[in-house]
Write a protein that binds this ligand. Structure first.
Ligand code: NAD
Ligand code: UDP
Ligand code: UDP
Length: 343
């Protein structure tokens, strides 16, 4: 899972190898698939701020132009409406491949499309990486561990996944995407990186995207009860989006293939999460129990030792610090300038 490049990557991608290391580098040309989505748009902000040229490729299934509109007019930014299931010809140095619905509600909406996006979409982007010699980063997921029998989960764990369940289009899809990525690496020499992302939250998540943090925050702001599925004792570990973006960029720029867990090890039951949301937004918010969804993993927590040691990365933003940042964004989007926005 570790790979030392045979040549200096940064020399190769800049000026045909004429610029020695240490000399100020020119911006890279980078594709971000799914760049109009939640995580992708935050990544694009960082890349543009660093001086790179960014091409966002997105079919707007769950992404929104509003997430990247502030870059319109910048000559280093381009937005292409394109479905990654179709081939795509571009000339770039790096590919961050994020295109794929991430919320269970969205990925179950059209499971066959989710599989195609994960398999054919990833194949196309790997084919592109191979053709132009670009470095390719796959955003995989903690869901590859399924309903884990190891806790916390290490990258060496092979997982406990139902291949024929309602979540399989996503978790088996991502597992195949990882396989394709490693096969292009071994077979065609493509430089690849694999991130296994754990539950991430922050500004710009879809208001009604069905994931637990966005649901609870939107519900508390709208004075609706917080919907806890099942007994609420299942756990997740919640990472703030800026920590994830930092990890993705370190992984891309570093020399290790991975896979790397990128997540915040702070573990919460859904009832504990509801309590933090109540404390942050509305102590009187009620809780309403609803039946849980099929194949819901009972617990999830990343072991991040590998990322700490090899990428020098660890999350910095706790749930109690990150949640208020997301709440301001949700408040603004739900209420706009109405009076409740300041209450
Ligand atoms: P998101 O739904 O906000 O973003 C996904 C983006 O991909 C959207 O802009 C969507 O329009 C686009 N997209 C979907 N299918 C496409 C297709 N066929 N062609 C082109 N564009 C397409 O989700 P997110 O939370 O930003 O997730 C980004 C990536 O990170 C995904 O690959 C997801 O699997 C992975 N991930 C996210 C989390 C998380 O908690 N946010 C956890 C694990 C993995
Ligand atoms: N592909 C792409 N853009 C490119 C190069 C390839 O979309 O710049 C697609 C191509 O259409 C194919 C996939 O990536 O479906 C895999 O390409 P590869 O060259 O690895 O395989 P082959 O075309 O030989 O099957
Ligand atoms: N969940 C919940 N209430 C909601 C949405 C989700 O209790 O309104 C639970 C869900 O059953 C799961 C956990 O929260 O146990 C995380 O769900 P999410 O969809 O956010 O992400 P997952 O980790 O399952 O992909």
């Amino acid at each position: 899972w570790s790979h030392k490049p045979k040549f200096d990557y940064r020399m190769a991608v800049h000026s045909g190898g004429k610029v020695p290391l240490g000399i100020k580098r020119k911006g890279l040309r980078i594709v971000v698939t799914g760049g109009a989505g939640f995580v992708g748009s935050h990544l694009v902000d960082r890349l543009i701020a660093r001086g790179d040229s960014v091409i966002v490729v997105d079919n707007f299934f769950t992404g929104r132009k509003e997430n990247v509109m502030h870059h319109f007019g910048n000559p280093r930014f381009e937005l292409i409406r394109h479905d990654v299931v179709e081939p795509l010809l571009l000339e770039v140095d790096q590919i961050y491949h994020l295109a794929c619905p991430a919320s269970p509600v969205h990925y179950k909406f059209n499971p066959v499309k989710t599989i195609k996006t994960n398999v054919v979409g990833t194949l196309n982007m790997l084919g592109l990486a191979k053709r132009v010699g670009a470095r390719f980063l796959l955003t995989s997921t903690s869901e590859v561990y399924g309903d884990p029998l190891q806790h916390p989960q290490k990258e060496t764990y092979w997982g406990n996944v139902n291949p024929i369940g309602v979540r399989s289009c996503y978790d088996e899809g991502k597992r195949t995407a990882e396989t394709l990525t490693m096969d292009y690496h071994r077979g065609a020499g493509v430089e690849v990186r694999i991130a296994r992302i754990f539950n991430t939250y922050g500004p710009r998540m879809c208001l009604d995207d069905g994931r637990v943090v966005s649901n609870f925050v939107a519900q508390a702001l709208r004075k609706e009860p917080l919907t806890v599925y099942g007994d609420g004792k299942q756990t997740r570990s919640f990472q703030y989006v800026s920590d994830l973006v930092e990890g993705l960029m370190r992984l891309m720029e570093g020399e290790h293939v991975g896979p790397f867990n990128l997540g915040n090890p702070g573990e919460f039951t859904m009832l504990e999460l509801a309590k933090v949301v109540q404390e942050t937004i509305d102590p009187d918010a009620k809780i309403e129990y609803k039946p849980n969804t099929e194949d819901d993993p009972h617990k999830r927590k990343p072991d991040i030792l590998r990322a700490k040691e090899l990428l020098g990365w660890e999350p910095k933003v706790s749930l109690r610090k990150g949640l208020p940042l997301m709440v301001s964004d949700f408040r603004q989007r739900i209420f706009g300038d109405r009076k409740e926005a300041s209450s």
